[in-house]
Design a binder for this molecule. Structure first.
Ligand code: ZN
Length: 442
């Protein structure tokens, strides 16, 4: 072969490879019958044994004991009879555009939106392969999560179903602002809208919520207290007034969008609950009054109780600023202890990890801590399946294994009710009836 033609042909092969690797798998044209050894359907606390799940195109057609479900003659058979099958997992707090190796503050100035976009493509695939078939992204550059959601939904990229927010909305000097650099420093993509990010007073908050909805977000994220990974603000300090938070909630709910409130401090949590937000993210310094209010209102808690290990470990090697190290040291353990109190009091818990703070794909490491701090293994799994689906408003499609729902499921080799860490090694992933990964040993 002529050398030029040869390299051209090789280039085409390479492009084909990349396209195949990037594109989402399609569901089988034939019905698929999955033989399941042990099944946890997302609701029940106990296994069903020797079950058959019949999948047609994207959805579950039937599910029942091997004796009850008739397998069509032309069905493709997937044998998971030696494995444990669960609904695809859901992480309600991720940042798919964020990298866990870029804690040096210089990246606040060096990163372009493209860096986040490239990172998100890789992270979406890692997250799906780890068994998380749905995630809520609660904070990225405008409007990365929206575009990522759409590119995955059309099958152009491999990744989980994404419930997308815009940038977290913050007051001036708040957790989402760029604080304590010289006043002449600006890092913005859309200066006139201050990146759809900063708002002061109920009217500006309304406007930013409306603008985010205009560009397609599914959920609104607000910052109701200071944070750990921001400069010059205290996690315990409330941010935004109740009136500002109410403005965000009113606008979002009127448009059928839920509101997730970042809140570490006790007062910020209470302000957000009074304003009517749907979930409190972090909840680290919650007090008894706040716990009672959340129970009464039915506000969800999404508490990221794994990433303390990473922030006080590897992140320091990646130049996590001293201020953030000090804040994490001050509240990390309190957050875990307060998670236990919330579980004991009956606060509704949904699984969310702040992926991006630690490496994407390690999401399941949080299950161990949720069990250590008060949930049963079945309760922790439910928080990441049926219950998470309710919080994100997708329970008619995902979170359970039941006829009519989309066929999102995973399989693991061990017994997660016995050892929850079995979920850290997911061998089989199906999303929307398409097999994404099948590496289970027989
Ligand atoms: Zn976060």
């Amino acid at each position: 072969m002529n050398r030029t033609i040869y390299s051209f042909a090789m280039a085409l092969v390479a492009v084909g490879f990349v396209m195949n690797a990037a594109r989402g798998a399609e569901p089988s044209a034939r019905p698929v019958a999955i033989k399941v050894g042990r099944l946890l359907d997302g609701v029940s606390e106990k296994y069903q044994r020797d079950v058959v799940i019949l999948v047609e195109k994207e959805r579950i057609k039937a599910i029942g004991s091997a004796a009850d479900v008739t397998i069509p003659a032309d069905a493709e058979i997937i044998d998971l009879s030696k494995a444990t099958v669960l609904p695809g997992l859901i992480d309600c707090h991720t940042h798919l555009g964020s990298r866990a190796d870029r804690y040096d503050e210089i990246y606040r100035f060096k990163n372009t939106p493209f860096h986040s976009g490239f990172a998100a493509v890789l992270h979406a695939r890692k997250t799906l392969e780890a068994g998380f078939t749905t995630v809520r992204d609660v904070g990225s550059r405008p409007f990365l999560a929206v575009d990522l959601r759409d590119s995955i939904a059309e099958g152009f990229l491999v990744g989980p179903r994404v419930v997308a927010s815009g940038p977290g909305i913050s007051m001036t000097g708040g957790h989402g602002d760029l604080n304590r650099f010289a006043p002449q420093v600006r890092v913005s993509t859309f200066p006139e809208d201050r990146d759809f990010n900063i708002a002061d007073g109920p009217e500006q908050v309304r406007r930013v919520v409306r603008a985010q909805i205009k560009y397609g977000v599914d959920v609104i994220k607000v910052h109701a207290s200071g944070g750990v990974l921001s400069r010059g603000d205290a996690p315990g300090a409330p941010q935004f007034t109740v009136e500002e938070l109410k403005a965000a909630v009113d606008e979002a709910h009127a448009a059928g969008r839920k509101v997730a409130a970042h809140a570490h401090g006790a007062q910020g949590i209470k302000n957000a609950v009074v304003a009517g937000v749907d979930s409190i993210e972090h909840g680290s310094l919650i007090d008894d009054e706040g716990i009672l209010m959340m129970v009464k209102q039915g506000t969800w808690l999404v508490s990221d109780i794994y990433n303390d290990d990473y922030l006080l470990g590897k992140a320091i090697e990646f130049k996590l600023p001293q201020e953030s190290i000090d804040k994490e040291r001050a509240i990390g353990q309190i957050q875990r202890d307060n998670f236990r109190r919330c579980v004991g009091a009956g606060v509704k818990i949904a699984f969310g990890t702040d992926a991006g703070v630690y490496p994407h794909g390690d999401n399941a490491k949080q299950f161990f801590y949720m069990v250590k701090y008060g949930l049963t293994p079945a309760g922790a799994i439910r928080a990441a399946t049926a219950d998470a689906a309710v919080l994100i408003g997708r329970d008619k499609d995902v979170g359970r294994l039941s006829p009519g729902l989309v066929a999102d499921m995973i399989a693991v080799e061990g017994d997660p009710l016995e050892d929850i860490r079995a979920l850290e090694t997911v061998g089989f992933v199906m999303k929307g009836g398409a097999v994404v990964k099948n590496e289970l040993k027989r």
